[in-house]
Design a protein around this ligand. Sequence first.
Ligand code: ZN
Ligand code: FE
Length: 255
Amino acid sequence: MLTVIPIPAFQDNYIWLLRQDASDKVVIVDPGDAQPVIEYLEREGLSLAAILVTHHHHDHTGGIDALVKRYSPRVIGPDNSAIPAIDEVVGDEDECRVQGRSFEVFAVPGHTLDHIAFYAPGTPGLLFCGDTLFSGGCGRLFEGTAEQMHRSLARLAALPDDTLVFAGHEYTLANLRFAQAAEPDNPARDAHLGECERARQLERPTLPSTIGRERQINPFLRIDQPGLLNALAEQGSVDDDSAAFATLRGWKDRF
Ligand code: ZN
Ligand code: FE
């Protein structure tokens, strides 16, 4: 059986670790820091078979060099020379096989232009989406346009409801508090916020989420909802979906 384990790093990053019962070789996603990964691997007597990288930001790549020196894993990531040690460049619709699972690659520009997501179909499917889709929110637009991000998120939102969403940061509480302002009347979201507050009090991750849940609670996947559009109209243009998305993202940046 494949288990996915969060290794916390820095203030609020998760380095996701994929572990097969019968194997002592594991795979990690977005190692911003090598030290917590090395500590986990040493403690459990494991070695590193591969690293998956979603985008070039340092909090997702800063640990790659040290981990490559120590374990010589395959490093699979987007076409960007700013990322150290990539030996398998992947882009939209490519496939790669790790831990006995086949992963489809989606180009999801918006947060950065090189951003990709890794999706393993299955029951449930697994989605590693870096800083594109967060629980209750999405990444800031550092390089891409609102239109690109809106399209990238729509593609992820179209995955099956039970798909597990492994995002790169623990931002859920702040995202859901903004969501309360953006879409005041959403009882499912309020109930989920309560659960997440209890989880964080116990220092438990609020992730993984699921695509089905995100479609219920995440305002960035709910641009078509009348309650959200009413609130957005007071903040800026809602002339079309991509204008409404840009208004929502800009509002969150100021919130
Ligand atoms: Zn980032
Ligand atoms: Fe990040």
